[in-house]
Structures are given as structure tokens and as C-alpha cells.
Design a binder for this molecule. Structure first.
Ligand code: BTN
Length: 249
């Protein structure tokens, strides 16, 4: 990873930048693109990701990933890599909210967006783009984000270097992506160790409405295991990251 590094000042989205080049056959395996600012940073479920100066916005390109390295496990691998990199540099271990959010205290300081393209002819994945955004030294957040989003400096008082953070994340991700193939169970166990709301009551929102549930764990494919509390019988269900969001309490 990171054999080719592209540094830009501003781009709409580092994920889109790689996807566009992939469509034109111009993206090299392992490319890492980093931008100082994103004008159209994207999150999961079509949401936007506030990306002013002060954050680290980076995306990796993986050509023809092993089929075991699917989008869910790659998301988990990236979340663990970001968690560990932050821990290594500022001594604070963020928690992870299923499936792609990085939290310090009760505020989101980062997120992961993995996008993949399936090749229907070869029945394999053509490529994966793994995007990671971390609010590092951002101090001001717009009114509508103040209660939910924050940055490493605001939550810890520590001002870490974005380039060191980027290097640590790249190193960790290389290792963690190997784990998705060699030891997916171990990877998921590691993820579960930092998972927010495990054992707690949550609400699960999807197209079908909002349901109360207990968060039981995560299965070996990265799906969230829940027990719905409004069901007549006790059954455990697995939800995949598709269109679902969860909230504590
Ligand atoms: C989320 O909050 O749902 C995920 C946010 C992911 C943000 C990163 S920043 C680098 C990359 N480029 C994007 O447009 N998004 C990801």
C-alpha cells in the first residue's frame, strides 16, 4: 500500500478521484491519495462528510482484492487501523461504532467509506477503494454537527501530525487487510473489543422504520448481530451494513 502517493490541495472526494481513474484504467494497485480539503467529501448512505482543513482525508486503491476481502471486512480493517494509529500517537484508544465510525468520548472524530466494484464477467471484485477521514486539528464545527462530530484536538487536547497519522494508518491497514484473509475471526474479535453499545439497547433504523434491539455482537462477515426487543419470540438477526444505522439507548 502507498507505493504511489498522490498529494493534492483540494479535491471533491479522494474516493471519487480514485474511482474516476479506475474507470479510465488509470489507477495503480496500492495508490494512496491524500487531500488537504475535500469539497464534496462523502459518507455512508449518501451522506456528506464535512472536510475542511485540519482533517486527514485519504483513500487507498486495491485492484482485484481477494474475494474474502469484502467491503464489510475492509471497513472493519480500516476502522481498526485508524483506531490503533490514533492510540499509538496520542495514547487514547477511540471506540468504534458499527460499522464505520471512529469515536472519542461521545463524538465522532472519523469515518470510513469503502466502495467496491464487482466485475460480473470474471465474477470477482474489480477493485476496492478504502476511504478514511479523520478530524485531526479541526476546531470549529458547523452548528448542525457540533453535538455529534468533533476532532482529536478538541477531545484530547493533543495536536498530532497528519502525516504521521497517515503513515501509521497505512502501515496498520496493510497488516489488517492481510488479517481479513488469514484470520477474519481474529479481526472481528479485535473489532468487537472496541465496539460501542455491545450488550446495550440500541435502535436500528432502516427503510422499514425504527426498531428497538439489543446489540449482541458482530458475525464473522462483519454483520451486526442483534436481538429485536419488539419481536414476539427471541430471535437473533444479522444485519448487513447496507441501509442501516444504529443509535445507542
Ligand atoms: C462516514 O462518515 O459515513 C464515512 C466518512 C468517510 C470519509 C472519507 S474522507 C476520505 C474519503 N473520501 C470521501 O469522500 N469519503 C472518505
Amino acid at each position: 500500500l502507498g507505493r504511489t502517493i498522490v498529494l493534492v490541495g483540494s479535491v471533491d472526494s479522494t474516493n471519487s478521484w480514485l474511482k474516476e481513474r479506475a474507470e479510465e484504467g488509470r489507477a495503480k494497485d496500492g495508490t494512496l491519495v491524500i487531500s488537504k480539503v475535500q469539497t464534496g467529501g462523502r459518507g455512508r448512505l449518501g451522506r456528506s462528510f464535512h472536510s475542511p482543513e485540519g482533517g486527514l482525508y485519504m483513500s487507498f486503491f486495491i485492484r482485484k482484492p481477494d474475494m474474502k476481502m469484502d467491503t464489510s471486512l475492509a471497513t472493519i480493517a480500516a476502522a481498526i487501523s485508524a483506531r490503533d494509529a490514533i492510540h499509538e500517537l496520542c495514547g487514547i484508544r477511540p471506540r468504534l461504532k458499527w460499522v464505520n465510525d471512529v469515536y472519542i468520548g461521545d463524538r465522532k472524530v472519523g469515518g470510513i467509506l469503502v466502495e467496491g466494484k464487482f466485475d460480473p464477467v470474471g465474477r470477482t471484485m474489480d477493485h476496492l477503494v478504502i476511504g478514511i477521514g479523520i478530524n485531526v486539528t479541526t476546531e470549529e464545527f458547523p452548528e448542525e454537527l457540533k453535538d455529534i462530530a468533533s476532532s482529536i484536538v478538541n477531545e484530547t487536547g493533543i495536536r498530532i501530525s497528519r502525516s504521521l497519522l497517515c503513515a501509521r494508518i497505512a502501515d496498520n491497514l496493510e497488516k489488517m487487510l492481510r488479517e481479513t484473509i488469514e484470520d477474519p475471526e481474529g479481526l472481528v474479535e479485535d473489532y468487537k473489543g472496541s465496539l460501542m453499545y455491545i450488550g446495550h439497547e440500541i435502535t436500528v433504523s432502516s427503510g422499514g422504520g425504527v426498531r428497538p434491539a439489543r446489540l449482541v455482537g458482530v458475525d464473522r462477515k462483519g454483520g451486526l448481530v442483534v436481538r429485536y426487543l419488539d419481536a414476539e419470540y427471541e430471535v437473533t438477526s444479522v444485519i448487513s451494513s447496507g441501509e442501516v444505522t444504529i443509535r445507542g439507548g
